[in-house]
Design a protein around this ligand. Structure first.
Ligand code: NDP
Length: 280
């Protein structure tokens, strides 16, 4: 059997480390505050926002919650973001996505002060990542780098294939692997002979949003497989983009769903908040 990469344990370790750091900062008179804005009451978003608040409470980060009605206008939301940008005691601003259809998500992301952009979605943060300068990094791909490093998996010189090129996962993932000196290929829905491409990977990262799409035919013997996908199957059980039972026997290490990449996203959000507090 392969090594099962335990995202829950790694996430718990990072949160514990952050709790210690926040305590030290408090002793120096520095407290950290995250403002979380939710527009509407999409149940999945409410769960994510609730988990973020819980993580803040555990680590010792103050959280301000703004629960706005579905009919909030773009101007109202931009005005709140502007107000939070100006508030010195707020270190991080997070706008829970997706936003209702009448609001331009990109305009809202662009309005966040890059110094408070703890989600790492602002074009300035993405540009900084691209040219190797400091800045906040999108939490899910940053969490995957931590999972690899803390599992003792070397990235430098490895063939890394990322399947998916979204702005929040695939693209920043590819840039981070490049920063770690991996040899990176990005595949997407227009890639020809996907199996041939993914089979080159020593490290295969899958973020396609298609349940159990990646089966053993896509995976080289001994590869490390990271599954970003989250879905509910017909029995209401969670599964990923990778068919775990098919792939596990051929790979050397794999993330499960649940309990793999998922818990890392919040841990890295907390990490970004602490960084924001230190840098401001
Ligand atoms: P998107 O839908 O934004 O992007 C999916 C990507 O996969 C696109 O680039 C698309 O290509 C590519 N793709 C789709 N079908 C195929 C195919 N048949 N072959 C090759 N490539 C394909 O998804 P996200 O990146 O936002 O999320 C991906 C998955 O990760 C989802 O299941 C999501 O729920 C999960 N997720 C999990 C997180 C976590 O914390 N664990 C956080 C974020 C996402 P193209 O660009 O050509 O259309």
């Amino acid at each position: 059997m392969p090594h099962i990469i335990d995202g829950k344990a790694v996430s718990a370790m990072i949160k514990k480390e952050l709790k210690g750091k926040v305590k030290e900062l408090k002793e120096q008179g520095i407290s950290i505050c995250l403002a979380v804005i939710q527009v509407g009451n999409d149940p999945a978003s409410s769960v994510y926002v609730g988990n973020k608040k819980k993580a803040c409470a555990y680590i010792g980060i103050d959280s301000l919650a703004y629960e706005l009605p579905e009919e909030t206008t773009q101007e109202e939301l931009l005005s709140l973001v502007g107000e939070l940008n100006r508030k010195e005691e707020v270190n991080g601003i997070l706008v829970q996505l997706p936003l209702p259809g009448h609001i331009d998500e990109n305009a809202v992301i662009r309005a966040i002060d890059p110094k408070k952009d703890v989600d790492g979605f602002h074009p300035q943060s993405v540009g900084a990542l691209c040219i190797g300068q400091p800045g906040f990094v999108s939490c899910t791909p940053a969490g995957i780098i931590q999972l690899l490093k803390r599992s003792g998996i070397e990235i430098a010189g490895k063939e890394c294939v990322v399947v998916g090129r979204s702005n929040i996962v695939g693209k920043p993932m590819a840039l981070l692997l490049l920063r770690e000196n991996g040899t990176v290929t990005v595949a997407h829905s227009r890639t020809k002979e996907l199996e041939e491409v993914t089979k080159r990977a020593d490290i295969l990262i899958v973020a396609v949003g298609k349940p159990k799409m990646i089966t053993r035919e896509f995976v080289k013997e001994g590869a490390v497989v990271i599954d970003v996908g989250i879905h509910r199957n017909e029995d209401n059980k969670l599964c990923g983009d990778v068919d775990f039972d098919s792939v596990a026997p051929v790979c050397s290490a794999i993330t499960p769903v649940p309990g793999g990449v998922g818990p890392m996203t919040i841990a890295m959000l907390m990490h970004n908040c602490v960084e924001a507090g230190i840098l401001q």
